[in-house]
Design a protein around this ligand. Structure first.
Ligand SMILES: [Cu+2]
Length: 113
C-alpha cells in the first residue's frame, strides 16, 4: 500500500470534479480524507473531489490523499507511477508520482482499511 500526496491546481475557468483516479502500478486507487473522530485521525473514502475554478487543493498528510492499494508488482523507493485523474466534463489529467520509503504507517490507518 502507498499514499500519494500532491498539489492539484485547477487552472480552468470552471469548477472541476475528480471522479476517480487510476494508477498504472496499483490495481486500486482511492481518494481518502482524514477526519477527526473522538480525538483520533481516521481515513474515509471520498466519492470525488471538487475543486473550484482557479483554486488549488493540497493533498497532504492529515488531509485529502490518494490511497494506492494492491500493487501489480512490488514497488520500491524511486519507482515512478503514473496517475490518471478522471474529471467530470474535462479530459483526464495525467501526473507522475515517485515513491519514497516510509518507516511507519500513519496513525490509525490499519483500523480503517
Ligand atoms: Cu487512506
Amino acid at each position: 500500500m502507498a499514499v500519494a500526496y500532491l498539489t492539484v491546481h485547477n487552472n480552468t475557468g470552471q469548477d472541476i470534479r475528480i471522479e476517480s483516479v487510476h494508477s498504472k502500478l496499483f490495481a486500486n486507487a482511492e481518494i481518502h480524507e482524514t477526519v477527526m473522530q473522538d480525538g483520533h485521525a481516521r481515513m474515509r473514502a471520498m466519492e470525488n473531489i471538487e475543486i473550484r475554478a482557479g483554486e488549488t487543493l493540497e493533498l497532504e498528510p492529515g488531509g485529502v490523499h490518494l490511497m494506492l492499494m494492491q500493487p501489480h508488482e512490488p514497488v520500491t523507493a524511486g519507482t515512478v507511477d503514473t496517475l490518471t485523474f478522471n474529471l467530470s466534463q474535462h479530459d483526464a489529467v495525467i501526473a507522475p508520482v515517485e515513491f519514497f520509503a516510509r518507516n511507519a504507517p500513519p496513525p490509525m490507518h490499519e483500523d480503517i482499511h
